[in-house]
Ligand binder design. Structure first.
Ligand SMILES: NC(=O)c1ccc[n+]([C@@H]2O[C@H](COP(=O)([O-])OP(=O)(O)OC[C@H]3O[C@@H](n4cnc5c(N)ncnc54)[C@H](O)[C@@H]3O)[C@@H](O)[C@H]2O)c1
Ligand SMILES: [Zn+2]
Length: 450
């Protein structure tokens, strides 16, 4: 080869590994997951149903012949991390879990149950990670072992990150115990922790091994947390499913009273729509700029931060969706009648669309931080109708600030409907609607829109 072709350096080569990874995990819906007769958890752990009824001779999903083992030995270990908010109201859960795993011995050994503080504060405290890593080391939890995360979306986010990073990934079984965790936070592929006051600054994409949604565990959840979870259902209906949105409008009374059947339908359909987006949307690990499931979230994340997390995630999302619906209308994308449907459903479900931190919301900064977090170009989901979202790469700051001012002005008058009883909520909601119309009337006289 002529010397000049080397240009004095080695020729450059590139290698291009090319492989695909397939992910598949079950999302079960059940009641009383720790009941000794309930096979959901043993199946998630790879054991057959017969295990729980004492039947031997069965093989597991990978063909292991457990029943004929004459010299049983521990083949897998498990570590359970529980949410203290759940355990304080259901103190029997740790011993139910121990009894359940007793039936699965000697094939799986529950090494320890650890209770950590639940709620957003657990995502702010990196020492929770250390506690989980220490337990992983102490109990020999390896990549063939299981970590069970049992609690709200915040605890599951923390345990999910610990499980994804210890030994570069331990099998995670999520047992979410809030509405929001069952219909959104725990069924997807993300985890996260907060850092330096920034929401979900730390985290990874890591699909779970299995998810088990137990409706009976919602029994002790506060009304505020039940309601907060409904915000994500409104969100996904608004961007993807007009019929589901109509169903929520028609059953707002039952949902506002948290009737079991209505809440369960909402959870299952909401989970299904989220999973459709994750598995069929073409970008499960969010490498592109579009984030349709983040409708209403750019301001919600900022409001949560500004409130020092006094505002629940779902409560912040409800306000964020109201703001972006008003913006959609003012920007000429959404009819005013459709915008009113969004605002009415949210207030009928009992959400307050005003919070004092709206006064501190800096639109430009919040949009910039949202873009920085996602990378790529700014992409905000807005509404075309109640059931169809659309993505825009530019937001008109003036219109957004006007929309924010309008929300503040309109809803500050209506007040806070959070935490009211169902009858109070529906009564308030009727008043709220008429007051809202009055507020709109006043503002449309002075400003014409909306
Ligand atoms: N990873 C994701 O894809 C994703 C998606 C959406 C939301 N999230 C995150 O989820 C978090 C919100 O989760 P959440 O709404 O479940 O709230 P949460 O986890 O903060 O829990 C709310 C409260 O309920 C308590 N609790 C949990 N289960 C209970 C039960 N059955 N009975 C009584 N009390 C119970 C908790 O201790 C806590 O005090 C936020 O941090 C949000 O960012 C994550
Ligand atoms: Zn959300």
């Amino acid at each position: 080869m002529p010397e000049s072709s080397h240009s004095g350096s080695l020729p450059l080569e590139s290698l291009k590994p090319d492989f695909k990874i397939h992910h598949s995990y079950p999302v079960h819906f059940t009641r009383n997951v720790f009941n000794l007769e309930n096979p959901a958890l043993s199946r998630a752990l790879g054991l057959p149903r017969e295990f729980l009824s004492g039947g031997g001779g069965a093989t597991d999903v990978s063909g292991n012949d457990f029943g004929k083992s004459t010299e049983p030995k521990v083949s897998a270990r498990a570590l359970a991390i529980l949410d203290d908010g759940l355990v304080s109201l259901n103190p029997e859960i740790p011993s139910l879990l121990v009894d359940y795993f007793d039936l699965l011995r000697p094939y799986i050994q529950l090494e320890s149950t650890i209770t950590l503080p639940g709620g957003e504060s657990c995502k702010n405290d990196l020492s929770n990670l250390t506690r989980i890593y220490e337990a992983v080391a102490r109990y020999g939890i390896d990549r063939h072992s299981y970590i069970l995360a049992i609690g709200g979306g915040a605890l599951i986010d923390v345990v999910g990150f610990a499980a994804a990073t210890a030994h570069r990934g331990i099998r995670l079984i999520r047992i979410p115990t809030t509405v929001l965790a069952q219909n959104d936070a725990s069924i997807g592929v993300k985890n996260g922790m907060n850092f330096a006051g920034r929401k979900n600054f730390i985290g990874s994409f890591a699909p779970p091994h299995a998810v088990i949604n137990d409706f009976a565990l919602l029994r002790t959840l506060s009304p505020e947390d039940r309601r907060a979870g409904m915000a994500e259902a409104v969100k996904v209906a608004l961007i993807r499913d007009p019929a589901f949105f109509q169903w929520m409008e028609a059953h707002a009374g039952q949902l506002g009273r948290f009737e079991d059947w209505a809440l369960q339908h909402l959870i299952v359909r909401c989970a299904e729509l989220h999973l459709n987006q994750i598995s069929g949307g073409g970008d499960p690990f969010e490498s592109g700029s579009a984030r349709p499931l983040d409708f209403g979230h750019w301001s919600a994340h900022k409001l949560e931060e500004l409130s020092g997390h006094q505002l629940r995630h779902g409560e912040a999302v409800a306000i964020g969706m109201a703001l972006d619906s008003v913006y959609s209308c003012r920007a000429g994308l959404l009819e005013e009648k459709q915008m009113m449907r969004v605002l009415s459903l949210l207030t009928d479900l009992g959400f307050s669309l005003y919070c004092p931190w709206l006064d501190e919301l800096n639109v430009d900064q919040a949009l910039q931080e949202f873009q920085e977090h996602l990378g790529g170009e700014l992409c905000i989901t807005l509404l075309d109708s109640c059931g169809t979202g659309l993505e825009l790469n530019e937001i008109d700051g003036t219109i957004m600030k006007e929309s924010l001012a309008w929300i503040k002005e309109s809803y500050e008058k209506i007040g806070d409907v959070r935490g009211k009883s169902a009858s109070q909520v529906s009564a308030k909601s009727k008043n709220g609607t008429s007051e809202l119309k009055a507020a709109i009337h006043v503002s449309s006289e002075s400003e014409k829109v909306p």
